[in-house]
Design a protein around this ligand. Structure first.
Ligand SMILES: [Zn+2]
Ligand SMILES: [Zn+2]
Length: 156
């Protein structure tokens, strides 16, 4: 049940579930499939896997409800993406599109140590151009305007 079994794709599903507010009310596979553009069966299978990995509980006929562990992971991932992006823009003069792609590509290879140092370096300087999706405990609806979310998901 360790994080080591959580793939990049799993994390993408967790992010989609968060924006659908699965930490408040269970979200069903049809709704998830619409958001992330997969089949209903694919979405259901992934939900079962996420439950197995310890990210929530699947309630028959209702859907998956995310727990605190899932919530913490999603918020950390969103912050990581924006932090690395900002770093690439500032130090390598990448434009925001390039930085976004590179940040996604690098993500699985970035260590906790790197992120800690980066967090210290950026400090309060970090701002999300797309809204307020950096500080934890934001509302999922804030993410409707997040470039990263808009790129990957179909949002309400
Ligand atoms: Zn981005
Ligand atoms: Zn954003």
């Amino acid at each position: 049940m360790g994080n080591e079994n959580t793939t990049t794709r799993d994390k993408e599903y967790l992010r989609a579930l968060f924006v659908l507010k699965a930490h408040e009310e269970p979200v069903g596979p049809t709704e998830l499939a619409r958001c992330i553009d997969v089949s209903r069966v694919g979405a259901l299978q992934k939900m079962r896997k996420l439950e197995f990995l310890g990210y929530g509980k699947y309630i028959p006929k209702k859907g998956l409800r995310l727990n605190e562990k899932a919530l913490a992971l999603v918020q950390k991932d969103v912050k990581r993406h924006h932090m690395v992006e900002k770093f690439l823009e500032d130090t390598l003069d990448m434009n925001s599109d390039e930085a976004c792609d590179e940040s996604s590509a690098l993500d699985p290879h970035i260590s906790e140590k790197f992120i800690k140092q980066l967090d210290k370096k950026l400090g309060d300087d970090l701002e999300c151009q797309c809204g307020c999706c950096i500080e934890p405990y934001y509302d999922p609806e804030d993410l409707y305007n997040c470039h990263w979310y808009r790129k990957k998901f179909t949002l309400p």
